[in-house]
Design a protein around this ligand. Structure first.
Ligand SMILES: [Fe+2]
Length: 167
């Protein structure tokens, strides 16, 4: 999904190849989150959620100080994929174009993917409800430009999701 959006943005083939790999590593910082929190069904306490939030900074540190584009992308994505366009995300409350473009793409793909699949804390939403969520949060959680590209490519994105369906 990320690869497809980056193609639509006109990114170079090197960038797209690296982005495809880096985007898959977005949640690698969760290795530092105990299973008792990660696999907890239902709602998290405030303290538990603050531990979950640390997966962004932990993930960023794993890839920091590299001169390789792939690892620089992986650092930005791991660190900033929970930032929101309006500044209400974490860990740094970045907003707008201060959030690296790669992270802004992953935010849309990650949330759409999470909504449309079962998670330990919720059932999968119907496709239309997830689609509506993305539309409703354009300009709030999501970069409006990325949402527009997402919808322009919506049918193709559904095909990609089918191809990589992990059950
Ligand atoms: Fe995450």
């Amino acid at each position: 999904m990320c690869e497809h959006i980056a193609e639509s943005l006109g990114c170079s083939s090197d960038e797209i190849r690296n982005f495809k790999i880096a985007s898959m590593l977005h949640d690698v910082g969760k290795i530092a989150v105990p299973d008792s929190i990660l696999l907890k069904p239902g709602f998290l306490t405030k303290d538990e959620f603050s531990v979950i939030k640390q997966h962004t900074t932990v993930g960023g540190k794993l890839f920091s100080n590299s001169r390789l584009q792939l690892l620089q992308m992986a650092e930005e994505i791991a660190k900033y994929h929970h930032e929101h366009w309006d500044g209400s995300g974490y860990p740094l409350n970045l907003s707008g174009n201060d959030i690296p473009i790669w992270a802004r793409i992953v935010t849309v793909a990650d949330i759409f993917d999470a909504l449309t699949h079962d998670r330990i804390y919720k059932m999968a939403w119907p496709l239309n409800a997830a689609k509506q969520y993305i539309a409703d949060h354009k300009g709030h959680i999501f970069d409006p430009k990325i949402v527009d590209i997402f919808f322009t490519n919506y049918d193709e994105i559904l095909k990609i999701m089918d191809r990589y369906q992990d059950g």
